[in-house]
Design a protein around this ligand. Sequence first.
Ligand SMILES: [Zn+2]
Length: 339
Amino acid sequence: MKQLQLKDYRGHIEKLIFSTALYKEIIIDLDITTESTYETIGYDDEDIPDIISFESFIESQDIQLLKKMVGINTTVVGYCPFCGKLESIKLECKKIDKYMLNNILNTNHINSEEQYDFEYNCAEKKQIERLKEFKQKYLDNENTFTIKAICTKKHIAKIIFYITDDYNLIKIGQYPSTINYDQTLKEYNKIINKNDIYEIRKAIGLKSHDVGVAAFVYLRRVFEKLIYAAYKEYDSDFTNDRVTKKKFKNLHMEEKIKKLDKYLPKHLKDNIHIYGILSKGIHELTEKECLRYFDDLYDAIIIILKEKKKLDDDKIFKKNNADNIKDIATKTLNKKNKS
Ligand SMILES: [Zn+2]
């Protein structure tokens, strides 16, 4: 898996704060950069300026970003799980002293490569000293800091980060939890309920923490709910040839799928083994095997949801159109009859 880097979040601090997974180490790049400045110190007889250059050694950009996270109040556009939409969110932090935000470590006129190396080493040492002071002064006792995120409706979220001894960053706490910030499944909230979406996210979360069997449990639950949702549709369509819920419950999954044939997405019917594999995962497969197969089974559920959404949308589209045609027919054909 790709190592997370703080530099990937420059300009997208809200992603780092709200969307990164807990306990993933984010590498802070400590590389110092340099900047040249020029100064005219006088003019010779022919009025040609005598210019001297200075080299400034600048704190790593990641350290600068880290300081901003810890010590500068700022406003971002981010998702508020309480409002259920994007909001203007104020990030409240600790106030840090102005001198700590100065990012120039040292500046000097450089005469030789040796001097450059010497100045570079000094800057590196200074950066570490300042980091130590920064940690001591502005982090909590356990090397953590908390960001308070407040939306315009005054909803409050809290995110806690930890800085490791070798200066990397780990998110160790978030309320509301990261699951509530994930919007990738939102498009399916009309075909499955909020709790089902939560369970799919739970499955993804468990997989990302290398917990395979439990992730399978959540996928299987979602699969079962899709079957029972189809049964509900089927049940309301028939008055005579009904199968009672109790009878239906006792059928094997393959029989259930056969019974509900025209109410189910094609991908579910074409891949009848999905449920069997999920069950096998829960009862017999190892954690490693479940992890290896997770992505394909997750994709299967997503394809089924996509198909179901399309079926539902088509159904609504057709029904609306049929209602409209009926309405037009009443108006136009009746009129014709009268004339
Ligand atoms: Zn809000």
